[in-house]
Design a protein around this ligand. Structure first.
Ligand SMILES: *[C@@H]1O[C@H](CO)[C@@H](O)[C@H](O)[C@H]1NC(C)=O
Ligand SMILES: *[C@@H]1O[C@H](CO)[C@@H](O)[C@H](O)[C@H]1NC(C)=O
Ligand SMILES: *[C@@H]1O[C@H](CO)[C@@H](O)[C@H](O)[C@H]1NC(C)=O
Ligand SMILES: *[C@@H]1O[C@H](CO)[C@@H](O)[C@H](O)[C@H]1NC(C)=O
Ligand SMILES: *[C@@H]1O[C@H](CO)[C@@H](O)[C@H](O)[C@H]1NC(C)=O
Ligand SMILES: *[C@@H]1O[C@H](CO)[C@@H](O)[C@H](O)[C@H]1NC(C)=O
Ligand SMILES: *[C@@H]1O[C@H](CO)[C@@H](O)[C@H](O)[C@H]1NC(C)=O
Ligand SMILES: *[C@@H]1O[C@H](CO)[C@@H](O)[C@H](O)[C@H]1NC(C)=O
Length: 382
C-alpha cells in the first residue's frame, strides 16, 4: 500500500473512477500438507510473513487472499463448528491483522472445496458438507456454526473479506446454494457487515458459470445461485479462471483464449446486476500466457461487474512451483509479476479504500462517516 494521508485517501481515492476496487495476490501455504494434521507451522504449513506483506502492499496491491484449512481450524476431534484451534487461528490472525493494520484488505479463504474430514487427497476426497446420506459428513449447521464463530472473531475489522468456501465441485448445485446461504446467514447473524464472496459449483469456474459442471444435479450456477439473498446485499460471486486445456491450472500452455471465456458470465452478471471477484487465476510464463493474462485483466478493468482480482499465487512454501510469484524467489516473480501483474496494479494508482469492504463502489456502508472508520483503522461496533 502506498502511503497517502488519511484524509487525502478519503477525499481523492475512495471515490475515484477506477473500477477495480481490490487487486492483489493469493498467498497459499496455510492449507498445505493436508495429510499431516495438525502439522507443524513453518514446515507443513505457513502463512505469509510481514516482509512479504510489506513487499506486496508497497508494490501497490491492496488485497491478499489467505487460504486456511478447515481441519486445522476445527480439529477432527471436535469437528466442524464453533470450537477453534486457537493456536492455528492466532497464526492465521497474525497475518490478517498485519495486512489490515497496514490498510490492505484480507480475504479469509476456507480452502476446503465444500468438504470436511479426511482431507488428505483434496480436492477429490473428504465428505461433502451437508450430504445427509453420508454418516461421516459434517452438516450444513456445523458449517454455519463455524462461520458464526469465525466472523465473530473478525467482524470488527472493516478490511476483512469473507471467502466462505474455495471451489465447491461435483455435488448438487442446490446443496452449494443451501450451504452458501447458511454461511451468509450465519455471518450476518453476528452483525458482521463486510463483503462476502459467494462460490459456485464446478470449482467456481467463471468460464462455465452458465454450464452444467458435473454429472448429476450439477445445474448451472447461473440458474441456481440467483436465489442467494443477503440482507445487506454486500456480496460478490467468487470466481476462478485458468487457461490451460482442462482449466485446471496445472499445465504451462495457455490454450483457451481470453477474454472470450469471460463473455457469457459477464453478460449474466450485468443482466442480473451482480458483481464478481476473480479470486484465482494463473497461467504459465510464456508469451501466449502473458497475453492471455493481460487480456483478462483488461477485460476485468473494462467491465465494472468485476470488482477485483487476486493472482494464484504467492506463498512461502512453493519452492519451484511454476505459478509462484513469491517475492524474490518465485519462478514467475521476474516474469508474470514484474511484467504483467505489477504494471496493472500500478496503473490503478493508490488503492487505499475506506470503509467496510463492499461489493460496489458505493456499497451499503460507504459514505464519509463509515469511510473514516476504515481509514483511521477504527473498529466497527460489536
Ligand atoms: C492446534 O494447532 C497447533 C498448531 O498447529 C498444534 O500444535 C496443535 O496440536 C493443534 N491442536 C489440536 C487439538 O489439533
Ligand atoms: C453422499 O454420500 C453418499 C454416501 O456416502 C454417497 O453415496 C454419495 O455419492 C454422496 N453424494 C455426493 C454428491 O457425493
Ligand atoms: C457452455 O454452454 C454453451 C451453450 O449453452 C456452450 O456453447 C459452451 O461451449 C459451453 N461451455 C463450456 C465450457 O462447456
Ligand atoms: C492438456 O495438455 C497436456 C500437455 O500439456 C496433455 O498431456 C493433456 O493430455 C491435455 N489434456 C487435454 C484434456 O487435452
Ligand atoms: C443494482 O444493485 C444496486 C445495489 O445492490 C442497487 O443500488 C441498484 O439500484 C441496482 N440497479 C438496478 C438497475 O437494479
Ligand atoms: C519472509 O518471506 C520472504 C518471502 O518468502 C522470505 O524471503 C523471507 O526470508 C521471510 N522472512 C522471514 C523472517 O522468514
Ligand atoms: C530476478 O531478477 C533479479 C535481477 O536480475 C535477480 O537477481 C533475481 O535472482 C531474479 N529472481 C528470480 C526468482 O528469478
Ligand atoms: C497489456 O495490454 C495493454 C492494453 O492493450 C497494453 O498497453 C500492454 O502493453 C499490454 N501488456 C503486456 C505485458 O502485454
Amino acid at each position: 500500500m502506498r502511503v497517502v494521508s488519511v484524509f487525502a485517501g478519503v477525499a481523492l481515492v475512495a471515490f475515484a473512477g477506477a473500477e477495480i476496487l481490490y487487486a492483489g495476490v493469493n498467498s497459499a501455504g496455510g492449507e498445505f500438507a493436508q495429510q499431516n494434521l495438525p502439522g507443524a507451522f513453518g514446515i507443513d504449513y505457513q502463512f505469509i510473513n510481514e516482509s512479504a506483506i510489506d513487499f506486496f502492499l508497497n508494490a501497490g496491491v491492496n488485497t491478499i487472499r489467505l487460504p486456511f484449512l478447515l481441519e486445522r481450524m476445527c480439529p477432527l476431534e471436535t469437528g466442524l463448528g464453533a470450537t477453534l484451534n486457537e493456536t492455528y487461528l492466532s497464526e492465521f490472525s497474525a497475518a490478517i491483522t498485519y495486512i489490515t493494520m497496514r490498510g490492505g484488505y484480507a480475504i479469509l479463504d476456507a480452502h476446503n472445496y465444500m468438504r470436511y474430514n479426511d482431507p488428505s487427497m483434496q480436492p477429490q476426497s473428504g465428505s461433502i458438507i451437508g450430504n445427509t446420506s453420508d454418516p461421516k459428513a459434517a452438516s450444513t449447521k456445523n458449517l454455519a456454526a463455524f462461520w458464526t464463530e469465525l466472523s465473530n472473531r473478525f467482524k470488527t475489522n472493516p478490511n476483512v473479506i469473507y471467502g466462505i468456501m474455495n471451489e465447491p465441485h461435483d455435488m448438487p448445485t442446490d446443496l452449494v446454494l443451501k450451504n452458501d446461504q447458511a454461511m451468509i446467514d450465519a455471518i450476518r447473524g453476528t452483525g458482521a457487515q463486510q463483503l462476502i464472496l459467494v462460490p459456485g459449483n464446478g470449482f467456481t469456474g467463471a468460464h462455465r458459470w452458465l454450464n452444467e459442471t458435473c454429472g448429476t444435479n450439477c445445474t448451472p450456477n447461473a440458474d441456481v445461485l440467483t436465489a442467494i439473498t443477503d440482507p445487506l446485499n454486500n456480496f460478490a460471486f467468487d470466481m476462478h479462471l485458468y487457461f490451460d486445456n482442462d482449466t485446471s491450472g496445472t499445465h504451462t500452455e495457455c490454450t483457451l483464449a481470453a477474454p472470450t471465456n469471460l463473455l457469457p458470465v459477464t453478460t449474466w452478471l450485468a443482466d442480473n446486476n451482480y458483481t464478481a471477484f476473480l479470486s484465482e487465476f494463473g497461467a504459465g510464463s510464456n508469451p501466449t500466457c502473458f497475453e492471455t493474462l493481460n487480456n483478462t485483466l483488461n477485460h476485468l478493468e473494462a467491465n465494472p461487474q468485476f470488482i477485483g482480482w487476486t493472482y494464484w499465487s504467492a506463498g512461502p512454501l512453493w519452492g519451484d512451483y511454476f505459478l509462484s510469484i513469491e517475492p524474490g524467489e518465485g519462478v514467475q516473480f521476474n516474469s508474470t509479476w514484474r511484467e504483467v501483474l505489477e504494471p496493472h496494479v500500478q496503473s490503478y494508482g493508490p488503492m487505499q479504500r475506506c470503509g467496510v469492504s463492499s461489493s460496489r463502489m458505493n456499497g451499503v456502508v460507504d459514505g464519509v462517516i463509515k469511510a473514516l472508520e476504515g481509514c483511521l483503522g477504527l473498529r466497527l461496533p460489536g
